[in-house]
Structures are given as structure tokens and as C-alpha cells.
Design a binder for this molecule. Sequence first.
Ligand SMILES: [Mg+2]
Length: 338
Amino acid sequence: MTERIGGRDKRGKGARAATRTAVAPSGSGSQSRPEGAGAGKARAPAQAEAVAAAPTKKTIALVYDFDGTLSPRPMQEYSFLPQLGIKASDFWAECTAIARAENADPLITYMHLMYKKAKEKGIRVDRKDLVAQGAAVELYPGVTAWFDEIDAYVRERAGVEGVVVKHYLVSSGLTEIIEGTSIYDKFHNVFASEYWFDAYDLPFPKRVITDTGKTQYLFRINKGIEDLGESINHHMPETSRPIPFSNMIYFGDGDTDVPSMAVMRKNGGYAVAVHPPGKNRGKCVDLFKAGRCDFFAPADYRRGSDLFKRTCLLLDRILADIRVQEEVWRLGRSMARG
Ligand SMILES: [Mg+2]
């Protein structure tokens, strides 16, 4: 078990992120008039009505797993377990054993066991404590600068107005710990597991994101339905979805990411697998050979690394598609104008 889950609505933060980067399509999936190229320019009204709306699918989403992808180890191993004096391997082995014996969901089992162990030791850990533990979480080299570097790359290479990059986290880990990491503000939204802290004697899972459950959040990003209070299941035509899968790249590190990688690739999106730098890349090779990912690379996020270069190749392809759509629209518009 290398990965945990959670999810937290960061709409307020997201609004700031969108303002910072550029003009984003409506998150509601409604077909509002685009504000990108072409919008607001002088045009003959009658003819313009006959021309299809300008391309609006200019938002690119980079979606990350956390444990093993952005950080070398499960986030609970940096502070929570050491604080209790529990060896990480013993804890995860016990989780696996209990889940098997009880036919329990392994994610719910770990969330329960964390607080059962704390109670046994007479240690009370509340939400604030968990958030503070986020500061101890180690990140792979270059992760801190990665988000701004990628944004800058896309800005330089976009070639058309209105292209936006949004970074999302979809993790089985804990929202509370992620909130305390230095990169929390870089995400447009974070979907991760989370606790109720006042429901019972022991904190109770509020939201549990399993491996397959992660895919729900890919569809939420795709459909622009990020409010978890809104159902994701109603039909939405492809043309109405604000971020097509072909504009999305998913980053993960192992078997727990297979459902997400499969959803991405089957829907025209991209997947990248990472492995610890200088260590065994066997899992990535398996994923690559099985067609689960487009690329794999060591988890070195610094500019110039293989991961950076391969990600930029995928971004170049996405940007080229956006430019093609823009050019087709311009051509159609010029024909309609005669
Ligand atoms: Mg992982």
C-alpha cells in the first residue's frame, strides 16, 4: 500500500489561480462565449452568428498522484508514524493484514488504524496537528519550482491567447497533511481523503479516495464539476466538457494509478509514470510495456530533467492541437465573411 486518498474543494484558491494564469473557460461546463482569440474583435454580427463559436478548450490540466509521485514515501511516514514510535513497514503490514482478514477496504482500514494506534499510545492528533505535519513531508527534487516552470513553458509556447494550465492533486493520502505542504497553493484543486474530527471518539473518514475512486475526480476535472456536492453522473456531451481528456496529463508511480492511467489513455489523454531517481524502475517498465503510460522517467522535476523534457513534449502536442483548432476556426470564420 503506497498511496492514500482525499479531496478538498479549493474553489476559492482555484479562483485565484485562474486569475493568475489567464482566462479560463467556465468551470460549469456551460458554453459561454470564449474570451480567447477572436473574442471581442470587430466582426459582422449577422455573419458571425453563422460561424461556430471560437475554440474554448484551451485549459490544460496536469493531474498528480502524491505519495511516490511528488514525494518519495507515503505522507504518514514523515511525522505521524514516527511520533507514535511505529515503524512504517509494520504499520502498512498490519493494515494489509487487517483489511484482508476483515474484507475491509484498505484505505478505510489505514485511516482507522492511524487513530486507533494514536489512541492506544495516549496521543491526541487533531486537524491542526495533521496540517502542521505537512511541513515535514519530503518532496522530490525540483517539485517546488516545477509548477511555475511548467506554467512559464506553456506561456512561452502557447502561440494563442487564453491558454491556461491548472494543476490538480488526486491522492489517497490525507487532505490535512497535504494542506501543510509548501506546494499546496500551487494546486487549482486538491482531491484527497479527509477526516471528520468531531463525529466520534476516534476521527472518522469523511472522504476516502480509492484507486478506482480516483477516476471520478478525473471526470470532475474533465466536466468542470469540481464542487463535490454536485453529482458527476449526469450525461454531458463531449463538446460541452471544458477540459477534454486530450488536454490532460496524469502523473503517477505505480499500480494504484493504473485505473487513472487507463481512463486517461482510453479517452485520449496522457499518462506519465515516475520512479525514485537512481532506484528500481521495474514498475515503470511494466506500466510502459502494458501501455499504461506514454512515458516514464525518474522523479526528478528539475528543468532539463528527462521528466521535464518528456512532459514538455506532451505539452507541445497539446498546444499544437489547440493551435490547429484555433486555425480551423479562423479559416471557417474568414470563409463565412466571404
Ligand atoms: Mg503513489
